[in-house]
Design a protein around this ligand. Structure first.
Ligand SMILES: O=C(O)CCC(=O)C(=O)O
Ligand SMILES: [Fe+2]
Length: 301
């Protein structure tokens, strides 16, 4: 029998009593999907799943997304002949990292928010974990939106923001961020979107990817975003997931953001991720938010 236990923050829950490699038929998945609407971060501890089993469970959530980086950009990840799986790892083989995001802390973000159709769900599986640190940190963006002052809510209701793909390990580390932005994949999204299932307002800007607010001068946009990020990063709002080998965590990128705490680079860390595409572009919460702005965008890969 499936048991769902809310964690330190109720938007996150631990789910036990299900073997994801063998038990997930339509009825069991319907139970999981119903719980996910209340708990957009779900932790399934003690799972023993290979790549195929993780892919099969992930595909229950929707259409699999191909990883953002080309396999050839990612060292040993090219060895995995599956364009949907992305390794997150600091492990090196033949002098090259085998996965993405190898180093230290990661700023909060929503996966693939630099795409017009971003990720709906991400499913991350813990394979090798450091003894301390490297927690994945989660925040409910429904709660963060609700915590904004009325004046900020008014200022952002009709605004679009532009997100860029600026990987934490750039292909050319000598390039400045401004240079990388010239050729980076990018997408504009309303600053406040309506969650497609619940209709609730969600704040949809993030420190990792958002660099502009359309129609607002850069210094003013930077100050406004900084004020917003201070709420996202308030420890009171964060659920810190401390990984154990065999944890599978699935989160809803349409209403939670995630980041990562620092860890000792001398310890090995390896996780495996699948992502699911949204059904469509995120929609604005407010009717005041008009059509998407024209942005000069390099074509998505
Ligand atoms: O390494 C982590 O804990 C999270 C990495 C990440 O942002 C992701 O898998 O989407
Ligand atoms: Fe991520």
């Amino acid at each position: 029998m499936i048991t769902i236990k809310p964690l330190a923050k109720a938007f996150a829950a631990e789910v036990t009593g299900v073997d994801l490699a063998h038990d997930v038929d339509d009825d069991v998945f319907a139970e999981i999907a119903a719980a996910w609407a209340t708990h957009p971060v779900m932790v399934f501890p003690g799972q023993d799943i290979d790549i195929d089993a993780q892919q099969a469970f992930s595909a229950r959530f929707g259409r699999l997304k191909t990883r953002a980086r080309k396999a050839t950009d990612q060292g040993g990840a090219a060895c995995i002949d599956n364009r949907y799986v992305m390794l997150v790892s600091n492990i090196k083989e033949n002098g090259e990292y085998i996965g993405a995001s190898p180093k230290g802390a990661l700023p909060f973000h929503s996966d693939s928010a630099f795409d017009e159709v971003p990720a709906k769900a991400s499913l991350l599986y813990g394979v090798e974990l450091p003894k301390v640190g490297g927690d994945t940190l989660f925040v409910s963006m429904v709660e963060v939106y609700a915590a904004l002052s009325d004046s900020i809510k008014q200022r952002i209701a009709d605004k679009w923001a532009v997100n860029y793909h600026l990987p934490s390990l750039p292909l050319d580390p000598n390039q400045s961020e401004a240079e990388r932005m010239l050729t980076a994949r990018r997408a504009a999204h309303p600053m406040v979107i309506a969650h497609p299932d619940t209709g609730r307002p969600v704040l949809f800007v993030n420190r990792h990817m958002t660099r502009q607010i359309v129609g607002i001068a850069q210094d003013e946009a930077d100050a406004l975003l900084e004020e917003i990020y201070s709420i996202i990063e308030d420890p009171e709002n964060i659920y810190a997931h401390k990984w154990r080998k065999g944890d599978l965590v699935v989160w809803d990128n349409r209403c939670v953001q995630h980041g990562r705490s620092d860890f000792d680079p001398a310890e090995r860390r390896l996780l495996r991720r699948f992502a699911i595409a949204c059904d469509a572009r995120p929609k604005a919460y407010s009717a005041q938010c008009g059509d998407p702005p024209e942005i000069t965008a390099p074509a998505a890969a």
